[in-house]
Each structure stands twice: as structure tokens, then as C-alpha cells.
Design a protein around this ligand. Sequence first.
Ligand SMILES: NC(=O)C1=CN([C@@H]2O[C@H](COP(=O)(O)OP(=O)(O)OC[C@H]3O[C@@H](n4cnc5c(N)ncnc54)[C@H](OP(=O)(O)O)[C@@H]3O)[C@@H](O)[C@H]2O)C=CC1
Ligand SMILES: Cc1cn([C@H]2C[C@H](O)[C@@H](COP(=O)(O)OP(=O)(O)O[C@H]3O[C@@H](C)C(=O)[C@@H](O)[C@H]3O)O2)c(=O)[nH]c1=O
Ligand SMILES: [Mg+2]
Length: 297
Amino acid sequence: MRLAVTGRDGQVAASLVESARGEVEVVAVGRPSLDLARPDTVFSALEAARPDIIVSAAAYTAVDQAEDEKDLAFTVNAAGAGKVAETAARMGVPVIHLSTDYVFDGAKDSAYVETDITAPLSVYGASKLAGEQAVAAANPHHLILRTAWVYSPFGKNFVRTMLRLAAARDEISVVADQWGNPTSALDIADAILHAAAVLSRDKGNAFGVYHLAASGETNWSGFARHILDTSRALGGPHARIRDIATADYPTKARRPANSRLSSAKFMAAFGWVAPDWRESAAVVVGRIVADHPVPGR
Ligand SMILES: NC(=O)C1=CN([C@@H]2O[C@H](COP(=O)(O)OP(=O)(O)OC[C@H]3O[C@@H](n4cnc5c(N)ncnc54)[C@H](OP(=O)(O)O)[C@@H]3O)[C@@H](O)[C@H]2O)C=CC1
Ligand SMILES: Cc1cn([C@H]2C[C@H](O)[C@@H](COP(=O)(O)OP(=O)(O)O[C@H]3O[C@@H](C)C(=O)[C@@H](O)[C@H]3O)O2)c(=O)[nH]c1=O
Ligand SMILES: [Mg+2]
């Protein structure tokens, strides 16, 4: 079975390429041949990869910048994603599309399930919701996987940011009133491989929207503290974390106060067990610290 994943250096794309095993081959298709900002490039680039399943992981993910680049965010995340799904439909293959917890407004006081009402607070969240709708309209054979707070050894993410800041300072102020499920892109890749195996066996029953995140919950401050405690134990950088409120960390985009996701539906459908976020985070911190040793402090 061959998966084509959109994006080259993205966290999920790079993790899928690394995780490919057994009968599964993963081909990354990205810029310049596939440019979601130019949706007319999508069909020919993906057709050339001859996939059995298309994984739609490329996206405009700069949450604050999207507030100033609304048109580009919507072109990439909505029109571009729709083109990827339409390409899959034309080729007669399913599409596995990644979406986000930021489609919710955060007003719920427990974990979100798939049937909860969406109400994005940000341009990024709205563009991803429009992408879900475009994907569903273009190809009935879709899995839309909403994940959250993604980090990995690759690319730009909160783990790398905290380790970089900790190498330069004694204290980092981090918001303690936004709750969610930090999720390793390595775990997302594993879950996608589970789902792809099910789709290739028993076509037809599983299509729809799913939440896919690690188990356990924290806030950004708790996540930061765990990252730096793990790093210190491995001889990597450390800093004190100071809890602050969202109001004390002004950003262009509004973010949900609670975007915890229940992954129960995904686990039941695909026989996947969500790992605890703390264990998965320790694996990634370990890889980053081993790759880029910084003197401990
Ligand atoms: N990061 C997160 O915290 C979360 C991400 N998600 C969703 O999961 C998916 C994967 O995210 P993640 O791996 O973290 O993304 P990254 O931010 O790590 O990478 C973005 C990817 O999108 C590609 N991309 C951006 N613009 C274009 C474009 N115009 N044409 C083609 N490719 C483009 C990048 O290309 P290149 O390789 O050329 O740089 C890169 O591969 C996305 O759909 C995202 O919305 C959901 C929840 C949380
Ligand atoms: C760097 C930093 C961030 N923060 C806050 C800002 C924000 O509320 C929170 C996380 O910051 P980030 O910029 O990493 O978060 P953000 O870019 O909002 O991350 C989101 O990305 C998109 C793509 C998603 O889909 C979401 O699931 C989520 O992962 O931490 C601090 O409080 N202190 C800091 O030093
Ligand atoms: Mg950021």
C-alpha cells in the first residue's frame, strides 16, 4: 500500500515518512510541485505519486500570522484541502485529512466529541473548518482527523520553542489557563497507519470525522514544565516556568480556553490506544536533547 502525504518538512509528513514500515510506503508530495496556494498544481502532483490513500497534512499553520493573511490561510486550508480531496475522489482513493481542536471555541467544560458544535475563534480555526467542509463535499471517502497541540522532533513546535528559550533564560512565563492534549506527530503517524490498514481491508464503514489526540490533559504551562523537567533529567536546558493568564500574553489570534478532545470514537473504530501525553513528550524531548546537546544549567 502506498500513501502520498502532502507537505515535505511538516511535522506529520516527516513523522509518517519516518514511521513507514512493512508493506506501507510513504511518499511526501510538497512544494514546489504541489502548492496549496495554487490549487491548480494539486491534481498533477498527486496523480504522479499513484497513491492508494492520500494523507492531507499540509496546511497554513501560523495561527497569529493568519489573522493578517486571511486570504492565503483560506486558499491553502480550505480551497487547497478541497482540491486534495477532489483529487483523491477522481483517483478513486480515500483521503485522510488533518484538522484541529481550534475549530472549537473552548466554552465547553469537558472534552469535545465529534458531534459538538464548532465555533472557531481565529482565522486559522475558521479556515480549517472551511477545509473540513470542502473535503467532505469533494470526497465521501474521507477521514477527517482533528488533532491538537502537535509537537515532534521535526519543524517548529512548542517543545522546540521551550528548549530554545530555556537555553537562553532562567524563567519563562507561560499561560496556565488554556487546556488541551499535547499530541506527538509520531503518535499521529502511528494512528494514521492503523486507520489506513483498516480502510484498505474494509472499505466503506469508517468514513467521517474523528478526534485524535494523546490521553491525559494539561495546560501550556504544565506542558512546558514537563518538557523542561524531562530535559534537565537528560542534561539538557532547564528554566523555571511562571504561570500567567492568557490576558498577560497578548496575541493576535484568540485561542480556546479548553480544547480537550475525546479520542474514544477513533480508538474504537481503528483499534488504536492513545498514549499518555507525558510519555510521548518525554520521547520527543529525549530525541531533541540528544540531537542538539546544550549545556545543562
Ligand atoms: N501543528 C499543530 O499544533 C497542529 C496541527 N494540526 C493540523 O495537522 C496538520 C499537520 O500539521 P503539522 O505537521 O504540524 O504542520 P507544520 O506546520 O509542521 O507543517 C506545515 C506543512 O504544510 C506545508 N505547507 C504549508 N503551506 C503550503 C502550501 N502553500 N503548499 C504546500 N504545502 C504547504 C509545509 O510545507 P513545507 O514542507 O514545504 O514546509 C509543511 O509541510 C495540518 O493540517 C494542521 O492544520 C492540527 C492540530 C495541531
Ligand atoms: C512561546 C510561548 C507561548 N505561550 C503561549 C501562547 C499560546 O497561548 C500557547 C501555545 O503557543 P504556540 O504559539 O505554540 O501555540 P499555537 O500556535 O496556538 O498552537 C496551535 O497550533 C495550531 C496549528 C493548532 O492546530 C493547535 O492545535 C495548536 O497546537 O502558549 C506562552 O504563554 N509563553 C511563551 O513563551
Ligand atoms: Mg506558534
